[in-house]
Design a protein around this ligand. Structure first.
Ligand code: GAL
Ligand code: ZN
Length: 684
């Protein structure tokens, strides 16, 4: 239901916005815990992810549990009004697990087994790991499942982040089972995998291996199925851990933390099984706005995983990480700005890794809410300030993000597009960013949804390199355009079916009627090479716009040509077309134009449909709207360090929740990294 808030779905959550982080008390003597709880409370922390790496302390020997210390931590936190996202504690099995079940450790491509001494070293399909996890989780659920502090369960940790595919015999057997379930018969598998090619035909299930070392290109459908299998296998851990909790506490609420939009995990699918989506996001501060935009795109994914339901930013860092070559600090004020950016895109929880900076271990140089030097530090002061602010912003919780534009993305497309032996080397993430950037730069809200999602709620759908289009997806796109929608489809779309077999008869096979054209062949442009694109509406003396990466031979079959190529044998041929279909329009872009040209053209297209930014602001100032039932909120965030002009337009005179009592003027120079959070009654 569109009006659900996290609090109605997960009743034990603390009121308002969630604020806190991972807490690893087992790294500290008990004497420190009371100070932790007091400082958390003083910082406005109301939610803690507890016990993510506690397995070895909770079960020092197989079957011998020690919960007394965790009892004390939980009661201490709860007595300081801190609720919990209690971990299943399965992310890092104890040393005894490796000793007793060496077969439960993951195996690399070369057949080498991982060892104990880091984390996440288990084989995702190991029966011993699954059984030991379920035993531990059952105990945890029995002991804490009905504790008033335990609002949510944190399943495992970043499933598949370090090891997603394992190459052990158990995984090979599991892959064969998965294939049997998918195809039913070897005939169907042989047909789907196109094994007539290079004499790859299988006559017995036991002949099928995990895709690994091959002299040259492997079977692409086998590789694609392996990616599906990997995502499903990791999801099986999520489901098994959830089932173990719910066997004891049927009403338990769960989540797991996704890593950005990690390729091996189809998070859109996974989060259907969770009560709330949760994201770990670590933008690289050296990359400036590029990474701010990347985080925004990530946030837009997570908000849409649960149909607009607010998500939790489960992990970010206050200051600096420890795992890049050079770990640059977030500027003073930047942690706050990026936290508000997540809220602006639909988060209702702002969390961090981790509460107290470690003294020992591999992450001792990772930033925290409480740095090594203690509470009297710049970072902790910023933490306390943000906590205080968030406690006052309860009205935002549950507010939704209205978007009239959808950007289509799918993991299936990602996996298939980036398989080797294509006309060019595709980077789906980069291409999505190239189409997201113009909208972010212009502060136009967008949803990131699957090509299988209902599209008719949007006015404009942008589908970059939608290489895989199923008949059902083609029908949905056709109905969307026929019903009055505007579609922008790009080069190298609609090429294959779900088995990655070519759709014959010219591309994009299933949508030629909608686009009013057929693509006959393509000319990839190597790095550094370009063609030119000339809009037919531009003055004849205007220079052509450079375009890169890809170009295609397009034959209009009813489509109107809006731009042509200027060079080589493609000169004068269509580069951009428009086709009226039913009550809507379908645009086709046969190349990747220069970023500025794409941005201007898209902004004009959207403006012609009345889709514009809520207010005018300089480049680098992010503006996002969230709507509650009674009020609406406008986030205005200057991500640059220099002041930038903002014109508040229709929002002039609205209250700024972050500077109570001072309504905003019509215009201002918004200081670097400053945030305004305007509020007004809805339907004003
Ligand atoms: C995450 C992980 C945390 C911590 C953090 C450091 O990937 O979930 O446990 O390692 O990275 O940035
Ligand atoms: Zn394995």
């Amino acid at each position: 239901m569109l009006t659900d808030s996290l609090h109605t779905l997960i009743p034990k959550l603390p009121a308002g916005l969630l604020y806190g982080g991972d807490y690893n008390p087992e790294q500290w003597p008990e004497a420190v815990w009371l100070e932790d709880a007091r400082l958390m409370q003083a910082a406005g922390v109301n939610f803690i992810s507890l016990g993510i790496f506690s397995w070895a302390k909770l079960e020092p020997e197989p079957g011998r549990y020690d919960f007394a210390w965790l009892d004390r931590v939980i009661d201490l936190l709860w007595s300081h009004q801190i609720s919990l996202c209690l971990a299943t504690a399965t992310a890092s099995p104890p040393a005894w697990f490796a000793r007793l079940h060496p077969e439960g450790l993951a195996v690399g491509r070369a057949g080498d087994r991982f060892t104990h001494g880091s984390r996440q070293h288990y084989c995702p399909n190991s029966v011993a790991y699954r059984q030991a996890s379920v035993r531990l989780i059952t105990q945890l659920a029995q002991r804490y499942g009905r504790h008033p502090a335990v609002a949510l369960w944190h399943i495992n940790n970043e499933l598949g982040c370090h090891i997603n595919a394992c190459y052990c015999d158990v995984c090979a057997a599991e892959f064969r089972h998965w294939l049997r379930r998918r195809y039913g018969s070897l005939e169907a598998l042989n047909a789907a995998w196109g094994t007539a090619f290079w004499s790859q035909i299988y006559g017995d299930w036991s002949e099928i291996q995990l895709p690994n070392r091959t002299p040259t290109l492997g079977n692409p459908t086998q590789c694609l199925d392996h990616q599906r299998f990997v995502s499903d296998g990791l999801r099986a851990i999520l489901l098994a851990e959830t089932a173990a909790i719910r066997a004891v506490v049927p009403e338990a609420k769960i989540t797991t933390n996704g890593v950005f939009t990690m390729k091996p995990a189809d998070y859109r699918d996974w989060f259907q099984h969770c009560d709330v989506a949760a994201l770990d996001c670590y933008p690289d501060p050296t990359l400036g706005l590029v990474e701010v935009r990347a985080s925004a795109l990530c946030n837009d994914h997570y908000r849409c995983f649960k149909d607009g339901l607010p998500f939790i930013l489960m992990e970010q860092v206050t200051s600096q990480v420890n795992w890049r070559a050079t770990n640059v600090l977030k500027q003073p004020g930047q942690m706050r700005a990026l936290s508000y950016a997540a809220l602006a895109h639909g988060a209702d929880g702002i969390m961090f890794f981790q509460w107290r900076a470690s003294r020992a271990g591999a992450e001792k140089f990772h930033g925290a809410l409480l740095p090594h030097a203690g509470p009297d530090t710049r970072v902790h002061r910023e933490v306390v300030q943000l906590g205080r602010e968030l406690r006052s912003l309860t009205a935002i919780a549950g507010a939704r993000t209205p978007a009239r534009v959808a950007l289509l993305q799918s993991w299936e497309n990602h996996w298939a597009l980036e398989l080797p032996s294509k006309p060019a080397t595709f980077d789906y993430g980069r291409t999505l960013a190239e189409f997201h950037t113009p909208l972010w730069n212009r502060n136009i809200a967008l949803d990131v949804v699957s090509p299988d999602a209902p599209l008719t709620r949007y006015d404009v759908v942008i589908a970059p390199v939608l290489y895989v289009i199923s008949p059902k997806q083609a029908d949905s796109l056709r109905a969307f355009v026929a019903g009055g929608g505007t579609l922008l489809l790009t080069y190298f779309s609609g090429i294959v079916d779900e088995h990655e077999h070519i759709q014959l008869g010219g591309y994009p096979a299933l949508l030629k009627d909608v686009l009013g054209l057929v693509v006959e062949e393509w000319q990839p442009l190597p790095p550094g090479a370009s063609n030119g694109l000339r809009l037919l509406t531009s003055a004849p003396e205007a220079p052509a716009v450079p375009c890169h990466f890809f170009s295609e031979v397009v034959h209009p079959r009813g489509a109107e040509v809006l731009a042509t190529f200027t060079k080589d044998f493609l000169a004068g041929q269509p580069a951009l077309t428009r086709h009226r279909f039913g009550s809507g329009e379908a645009y086709y872009l046969a190349t990747q134009p220069d970023a500025a040209c794409l941005e201007n053209w898209l902004a004009d297209l959207l403006a012609s449909r009345g889709i514009t930014a809520p207010i005018q602001a300089a480049y680098g100032v992010e503006v996002c709207l969230r709507q509650g039932t009674e009020q609406e909120f406008l986030f205005v965030i200057n991500h640059q360090s220099d002041p930038a002009p903002v014109n508040y337009g229709a929002w002039t005179g609205s209250a700024d929740l972050l500077s109570p009592g001072t309504p905003v003027a019509a215009t201002e120079e918004l200081p670097g990294l400053a945030v305004r959070l305007l509020c007004r009654p809805r339907n004003k």
